[in-house]
Design a protein around this ligand. Structure first.
Ligand code: Z16
Length: 838
């Protein structure tokens, strides 16, 4: 590659940093081992080899990345800024090899060096910078944006410690600090020169500027430096590489210096520690967020850094902020970044001298808000006193937004004071709070849910008033997942089989999977599909043997899988009730003809969520009994895979026969695991919740195992005074199962262990397990019967994959671009030869 120097001369960038042929790759690999790791092969560790390979791949990314950034700088483009407190990107190496299209060459190159590519890929410590669905969605969206050549920046937080590693000790979850940066991170580049400063605390004062205009300024009592760390996100078989820009908090030098001047050396060092705390650790709670000060500091910190960065980029190209909203779209991934509404107002008014009206118009045109939850307890709110002491200027701005907003409400609903307290950005029914969802709704031009049902419920319930005010702001954007990671990378066997029939263009255009449909009736293809599934199940079985010491049978046993965060509304314990029901059938009749099943669980519990941790213990306790009972004769196996994360999940989805999506109807916003399973040919047992509804529509009712109460039936049952005890007393089989758990059958020596769990079911059962129990069991019996007919099961499995094209994140991103962001593709040229200057 030839590159221009500032003086007009040209240099060759060595082919070793760009070439794709095997000899070049080998040369680059050993060069990096020597010059970056400082090792020669004889003394190199596996990690050294991984690092050498990672740098080899990174070099090939950089050229595309810099070309992309240069293109965005030169051309008049609109940039999508995805603001998210979490990005659960997963390991980069394998993914980048796929997207560069060099997986085969690299496999051969490292093979010729006596190494195995999969071993090296496994060395990578995944960046666990998210809790679950929401963070993983952000990662899929970044990948699809790049694949479709949309200029985008993902803005977030570079947590030093991501989501904890989970170990299982004596059946209990134990949390271990995630030291993912321990051996360095070859995928990120710090951009210290683009650092920004963020204030916290202090007070505000008003003054008159030179034109004698009334102004307000914020005098924070602390300043934190935000240092961006950039990771290139390459699209699939395209030159576009966008930026994931994560902020790390540091102490500003100037502040330390001040402390030195007054001789307070220890104070300065303390301040440094204090500053760096902000991005230390990811809060490990997925849905109900606790109102901790440090969490609000994290949110404000990354949002302020990001908005300042956007303004800087804008002003480097344009001389005014008037058209800011035409050049940037800022998506709020849940309410976590919603303080950005007030911060953009402050930056535009206090720092860049705009008037309120113009600032407000720009703000509303810039932001859009995605809601991800229907759980009322998960809607974020911050106590007024905390918010005001940390962000006094923002509280003033929020009051002013609220004042103007409620004036409008008063005009619209003249004799209805109830409307004012309903809509207010401030909840003052008890202790006063700032309602972040209200701020996000008012400050955005678009509001969306993440599945059709979820959006309908937002309109009808959670955000009903806002929908009545502004119906045109609302739309649905059903979630999607990237087929590159969730099929091509994690399931090469499936990918190869599909491609052998319909070519490989489906990878970028997932609707093309439809052309597989006719092959569902082709006996040879079915046989190949079944063999493929067996092989993939074998890989997982092997891993389970290694990691858990449990032998499972990949050939005849149905792999029945529930992997997701542990939550009562997701009802992992309903699954357990089914396992115990089957176990009891065997105990009563050891020779019963039963379809062998392997129940596989995985998922983390929030460390402070007692009931979720007890559910993990229950799963492991039931596993202990069932796996070791000679009467069972291996026909049932229960496995809890520790430390469920992106890496482990890539092994799980491909190997699943049955996907458990059994949340209480109306509680799961969308789910995205449900899509990954079905794309990989698993059949689903599920309720009419979240995206399950649309998955069932797509694959066909006859190919989906539906059970349970519908959303309206759930509401109805609750409003009529649901009494779980009635189900307990009228259903002998259920009663036996619950009695066993509460009497200590699965907890020898500690008969009270699971009492809180059973009591919660008998006396509250907020998520209606008992009401859905019989329907679930009956449905599971239909699953088993269906599995006996292997050939038909395989046909349905093929149809599942063939009809899931809708759930590509490419489709979701196209919808966001059209309906919300008004963003379009900007192809990136890879200039092979640069013209010499005259
Ligand atoms: C999260 O992962 C989700 C919602 C939320 O409020 C907070 C977090 Cl950390 C999940 C939803 O539970 C899930 O249904 C949805 O598919 C996912 O967000 C992505 O939209």
């Amino acid at each position: 590659m030839i590159q221009n120097l500032p003086n007009g001369n040209q240099i060759h960038i060595e082919d070793d940093r760009t070439g794709f042929d095997i000899e070049t790759l080998k040369r680059a690999f050993s060069d990096n081992l020597f010059y970056i790791q400082g090792k020669f092969p004889e003394i190199a560790t596996k990690n050294d080899f991984y690092m050498a390979l990672a740098y080899t791949v990174r070099d090939r990314l950089l050229r595309r990345w810099l070309n992309s950034q240069q293109t965005y700088l030169k051309q008049d483009v609109k940039i999508v800024c995805y603001l998210s407190a979490e990005f659960l990107v997963g390991p980069h190496l394998g993914k980048n090899l796929i997207n560069l299209g060099i997986a085969d060459q690299v496999r051969q190159a490292v093979g010729e060096c006596g190494l195995n590519l999969d071993d090296l890929i496994e060395q990578e410590e995944e960046p666990g910078l998210g809790n679950g669905g929401l963070g993983r969605l952000a990662a899929c969206y970044m990948e699809s944006l790049a694949t479709q050549d949309i200029p985008a920046i993902g803005y977030g937080i570079r947590y030093e410690f991501g989501i904890f590693d989970q170990e299982i000790c004596d059946g209990w979850q134990v949390e271990i600090t995630d030291k993912w940066l321990r051996y360095g991170n070859p995928w990120e580049i710090p951009r210290t020169e683009a650092s920004v400063e963020v204030g916290l605390g202090g007070y505000t004062e008003s003054y008159y500027d030179e034109q004698n205009r009334y102004r307000v300024r914020w005098l924070p009592d602390r300043t934190i430096k935000g240092v961006p760390y950039d990771t290139p996100i390459l699209g699939y078989k395209t030159n576009t590489a966008n930026t994931l820009r994560l902020w790390k908090a540091e102490a500003p030098e100037s502040f330390n210096f001040q402390a030195f001047n007054v001789g307070d050396y220890y104070g300065a060092v303390n301040q440094k520690t204090y500053s760096e705390n902000i991005t230390k650790v990811l809060y490990p709670n997925d849905e109900p967020i606790q109102g901790k000060q440090l969490r609000l500091e994290q949110q404000f910190f990354f949002v302020s850094c990001s908005l300042q960065d956007m303004i800087r980029i804008h002003l480097s190209k344009e001389n005014s902020l008037d058209n800011f909203a035409d050049k940037f779209a800022a998506q709020l991934n849940d309410t976590h970044p919603s303080v950005g509404v007030a911060e953009l107002m402050r930056l535009l008014m206090d720092v860049h001298d705009l008037e309120w009206e113009q600032a407000w118009e720009i703000t509303q045109k810039t932001f859009a808000y995605t809601n991800h939850t229907l759980l009322p307890e998960a809607l974020e709110k911050w106590s007024l006193s905390l918010f005001g002491s940390l962000l006094p200027r923002h509280l003033e701005i929020i009051y002013e937004i609220n004042h103007r907003f409620l004036n409008g409400i008063r005009t619209l609903y003249p004799d209805n004071p109830g409307k004012l307290s309903y809509f207010s950005l401030i909840d003052d029914s008890g202790e006063k709070y700032v309602r972040m969802a209200h701020l996000a709704c008012v400050g955005s031009h678009a509001i969306n849910g993440v599945a059709e049902l979820h959006t309908e419920l937002l309109k009808k319930d959670v955000l009903r008033g806002f929908y009545e005010l502004w119906p045109q702001k609302f739309s649905n954007k059903t979630n999607g997942v990237t087929p590159r990671r969730w099929m091509v990378l994690s399931n090469p066997e499936l990918t190869q089989l599909i491609t052998s029939k319909i070519g490989d263009t489906w990878i970028k255009n997932l609707d093309e999977l439809r052309s597989l449909e006719p092959f569902a009736d082709d006996p040879a293809f079915r046989e190949a599909w079944r063999q493929m599934k067996k092989q993939v199940k074998g890989r997982l079985a092997h891993r389970i043997q290694q990691r858990c010491g449990i032998t499972v049978d990949p050939n005849y046993s149905l792999f029945d899988v529930q992997v997701k965060r542990i939550h009562e509304y997701k009802r992992q314990h309903l699954n357990v009730l089914h396992i115990i029901t089957l176990y009891n059938r065997i105990k009563k009749n050891p020779n019963i003809d039963i379809v062998p099943r392997t129940f596989i669980f995985g998922g983390k519990a929030a460390p402070s969520y007692f009931m979720a941790k007890l559910i993990i213990k229950l799963i492991n306790s039931v596993a202990e009994v069932v796996n070791n009972d000679p009467d069972v004769r291996g026909r049932l196996k229960v496995v809890f895979i520790p430390d469920y994360n992106v890496t482990n999940s890539q092994l799980v989805y491909p190997a699943s026969d049955l996907s458990e999506q059994i949340s209480t109807a109306g509680k799961e916003a969308s789910g995205t695991g449900n899509m990954k399973f079905s794309l990989n040919g698993a059949l689903t047992i599920g309720t009419l919740d979240g995206a399950n509804v649309e998955i069932r529509q797509q694959v066909g009712e006859e190919n989906f195992f539906l059970f349970g109460l519908k959303t309206d039936e759930v509401y109805q049952m609750k409003s009529q005074g649901y009494n779980p005890w009635e189900f307990y007393s009228s259903n002998g089989v259920l009663r036996e199962v619950l009695d066993q758990i509460s009497s200590g059958y699965f907890s020898p020596g500690d008969s009270n262990l699971f009492k809180p769990l059973v009591d919660s079911l008998l006396y509250h059962d907020e998520y209606l397990l008992l009401a859905d129990y019989q329907s679930y069991i009956d449905c599971q019996d239909r699953v088993s019967e269906a599995y006996r007919d292997w050939d038909n099961w395989t046909r349905i499995s093929i149809l599942n994959t063939a009809r899931m094209g809708k759930f590509s994140s490419d489709r979701a991103i196209r919808e966001y671009c059209q309906d919300i962001w008004n963003a379009s593709s900007v192809p990136v040229e890879l200039e092979e030869y640069v013209q010499a200057k005259a």
